[in-house]
Design a protein around this ligand. Structure first.
Ligand SMILES: Nc1ncnc2c1ncn2[C@@H]1O[C@H](COP(=O)(O)OP(=O)(O)OP(=O)(O)O)[C@@H](O)[C@H]1O
Ligand SMILES: [Mg+2]
Length: 488
């Protein structure tokens, strides 16, 4: 009997009462749940195990797993933990591994529910439908499943009352989707994964999952590629995962190619990947692709957010702030702050220091590919606004420095977006080192960098600190800016 056929309610009900029958889940996977009413009993009603099979070659994440295991041992009140992170960072892998580690602790079952926040070709699961499905799985005859969301949620909580169940809610879109699914029983343990930070989910303990540390990423690559490298090949593997931004999904896809080409060396693959004009295109295997995973997050954004995100691809630096974002997008600072915060909430930018944001390398590549589809005039305008902004920022920083060298006149008001007020000489120096000198910057095609004499950070490496370095139109994204480093 498949899920879509009419069940025999008397039989299921009797089974639930006396435990002699069964609704055994023999689902091949989460998409094809099949109920077998005629098969021998595998588990009494009420004992459910729908956790995915364990992740082959699971690597690292000891600290994160330790936190989850430790939290699950704390009795007393329902524990809700969220695991959030960028697409493909390993959220599902982590909670699946954790669910297997915790198997013995939850005698009343482990329930794994896919909420399809980001499944290609599938809409996010409706919590009312999820509850109906779960209630039927637990032996409630379909005609006894109530119609409304609240009533179903109440029945679900009642079903889990006094139970010790591990509930995994995978790939949630947000609190509205998960709240009706949360049990009330004190001994239940809930793990929720999401690409979003579920800030509004009250009482949940967040675990923001980062990309793998380099050593674990290299180990994962080697394991999935089924190689035993030594010496230079290990270094090549480390370089390959660096080019993947240490993102597990990217590593898995690249390593998978190697596993299927025994004749290839790691060295050769890495060299080709490094030289590739389109790395995202290389990170694909059939339906699975890094770009496709990013697409699903990008498409979820409101159009204003999408525009800002892709314009961040025009920025030449490794990190940025809301002022530069405001300039790029031609929006007020307050709106830019809000939108950067939203992108942060969606794990599409990371925060490296308060107010400073960074795109993961592969997300930057993705943003560049998206902004390349915009009209050339839009890109040019955005770039010009950004250069203007930095010109003003440098001018303000220069004035701040000048006041400490000789008395200066009152600062002129910038004509473009707001520029940072440098509160300290150090701040001004750092800004001057990061930004072009103002004198030649009025919508320039190129601007020379002249770090202030005696400024030690300027002597350090980095293209913007090099005497004679230049910021000019061009770069990876059409209409973008590139940093030109002179020969030393
Ligand atoms: N620690 C790990 N060890 C082994 N493989 C891993 C690990 N983390 C992730 N992977 C693999 O990387 C790929 C992406 O991981 P996963 O699907 O868990 O990411 P995700 O964060 O859930 O992605 P999404 O946001 O699309 O749901 C999978 O093939 C997974 O098996
Ligand atoms: Mg997932």
């Amino acid at each position: 009997m498949t899920f879509h056929e009419e069940p025999d309610p008397r039989r299921e009900h009797r089974a639930r009462v006396d435990g002699s029958g069964q609704i055994t889940q023999v689902g091949r996977d989460y998409h094809q749940t099949i109920y077998a009413t005629s098969a021998p009993a595998r588990a009494p009603i009420g004992l459910t195990d729908t956790v995915l099979r364990d992740v082959a070659g699971f690597t690292g994440r000891e600290a994160e797993l330790g936190r989850i295991v430790e939290a699950s041992a704390g009795a007393g009140s329902i524990a809700i933990h969220t695991v959030d992170g960028m697409p493909g960072v390993g959220k599902t892998a982590l909670v699946t591994r954790a669910a297997h580690l915790l198997a013995g602790q939850f005698p009343d079952g482990r329930i794994f529910i896919r909420l399809h926040g980001h499944t290609p070709g599938q809409r996010p699961a409706n919590p009312a439908d999820v509850l109906a499905e779960q209630l039927v799985q637990r032996g409630i005859p379909p005609e006894l499943v109530p119609g409304g969301l609240d009533a179903r949620a109440a029945m679900w909580r009642d079903q889990l009352n006094d139970k010790r169940v591990l509930l995994v809610l995978d790939d949630a879109t947000g609190p509205t989707q998960v709240e009706p699914l949360l049990p009330a029983a004190r001994d239940c343990f809930v793990l929720i994964t999401s690409r979003r930070r579920l800030v509004a989910l009250e009482g949940a303990v967040p675990l923001a999952l980062d990309v793998l540390p380099p050593a674990q990423a290299t180990e994962l690559f080697i394991r999935l590629a089924r190689r035993n490298p030594v010496g230079a090949e290990v270094e090549a593997a480390a370089e390959a995962v660096r080019l993947c931004g240490h993102l597990p999904l990217a590593i898995a896809l690249l390593a998978g190619r190697l596993a299927h080409h025994p004749a290839w060396t790691i060295d050769r693959l890495t060299a080709e990947f490094a030289d590739s004009q389109d790395r995202l295109a290389e990170l694909r295997a059939g339906e699975r692709a890094v770009a496709a995973a990013f697409d699903l997050s990008y498409r979820d954004l409101p159009v204003d957010q999408q525009r800002l995100f892709r314009r961040l691809g025009l920025h030449p630096g490794s990190d940025t702030d809301a002022r530069a974002a405001a300039a790029l997008d031609g929006i007020p600072l307050v709106a830019a702050r809000h939108r950067m915060e939203m992108l942060y909430t969606d794990h599409l930018v990371d925060e490296t220091a308060p107010g400073r944001y960074r795109l993961h390398d592969l997300l930057r590549t993705y943003a560049r590919s998206r902004v390349a589809e915009d009209p050339a005039a839009d890109r040019k305008e955005a770039t010009a606004r950004l250069l203007d902004h930095y010109a003003h920022a440098a001018e303000a920083a220069g004035r701040r420095l000048a006041r400490h060298i000789r008395p200066g006149g009152p600062p002129s008001a910038p004509s473009g977006p707001d520029v940072p007020e440098q509160a300290t000489v150090e701040g001004a120096l750092a800004c001057a080192c990061r930004t072009p000198q103002p004198s030649r910057l009025r919508r320039p095609r190129r601007c020379r960098l002249r770090p202030p004499p005696g400024c030690s950070p300027c002597r350090r490496s980095g293209p913007l600190s090099a005497p004679g370095g230049a910021l000019e139109e061009g770069g990876a994204a059409p209409g973008g800016i590139r940093v030109r480093t002179p020969m030393r």
